[in-house]
Design a binder for this molecule. Structure first.
Ligand SMILES: Nc1nc2c(ncn2[C@@H]2O[C@H](COP(=O)(O)OP(=O)(O)OP(=O)(O)O)[C@@H](O)[C@H]2O)c(=O)[nH]1
Ligand SMILES: [Mg+2]
Length: 200
């Protein structure tokens, strides 16, 4: 497991989603407790944040990516570098919701994960109820297909922001535990094989 020099476990979180859905607003609300109404498209921003999740001191290494990125190779690199993913759409944009499926599939393909992918689906801008284009049920349905938690958030009203990051950390922990168990089984099988070879 990755640790800081002080011994804190580190979790690499990547935010993905279409341009304008609120990835930077969610990140800035979490890291700096601030919200800006104007839209300034991101190129790429990285943050390191000390936090406490389920009573444990952790360091979050957060990558806020560019939703307007046109090169899929760049997105692939984000995914390879991340351990856990916040997949963000806006509940006011059906198109942003429809983009998520391809991202989930890309994560599945690139991360070679056995079981649940360490991702959270976030329907942001839930304060804009009158502009809603995606229902809560549709959010749950999409997340359920990938066995991920679904949360609706508002960076403006600070709804479910801390929870979203805490859920990603939990998802990464589950993925790490599953990988450790798998590695152990593989190691045991290899030991058994080499032991048999000696006897023969
Ligand atoms: N009402 C409301 N507006 C929001 C919320 N989150 C973000 N916004 C606004 O939506 C616009 C886009 O937000 P950003 O955080 O820049 O979007 P982004 O996903 O980072 O966009 P890219 O960097 O281009 O990928 C900004 O004008 C924000 O103020 C929210 O929860 N509620
Ligand atoms: Mg941004």
């Amino acid at each position: 497991m990755q640790m800081t020099p002080a011994g804190k476990p580190t979790y690499k979180v990547v935010l993905l989603g279409d341009g304008g859905v609120g990835k930077s607003a969610v990140t800035l609300q979490y890291t700096n407790h601030e919200f800006t109404a104007e839209y300034d498209p991101t190129i790429e921003d990285a943050y390191k944040v000390d936090s406490v999740v389920d009573g444990e001191q952790v360091l979050l290494d957060i990558l806020d990516t560019a939703g307007q990125e046109v090169f899929s190779a760049v997105r692939e690199q984000y995914i390879r570098d991340g351990e856990g993913f916040l997949l963000v759409f806006s509940i006011t944009s059906r198109a942003s919701y429809q983009s998520i499926d391809a991202m989930m599939k890309q994560i599945e393909r690139l991360k070679d994960i056995d079981g649940r992918i360490p991702a959270i689906l976030l329907g942001n801008k839930c304060d804009l109820e009158s502009e809603r284009e995606v229902s809560t049920d549709e959010g749950h349905e999409l997340a359920g297909r990938y066995r991920c938690p679904y949360l609706e958030s508002s960076a403006l009203k600070m709804i479910n922001i801390n929870e979203a990051f805490a859920e990603v950390v939990r998802a990464i922990k589950v993925a790490r535990a599953a990988k450790a168990a798998q590695d152990e089984i593989r190691l045991a099988q290899e030991r058994k094989k080499s032991c048999c070879c000696t006897v023969l």
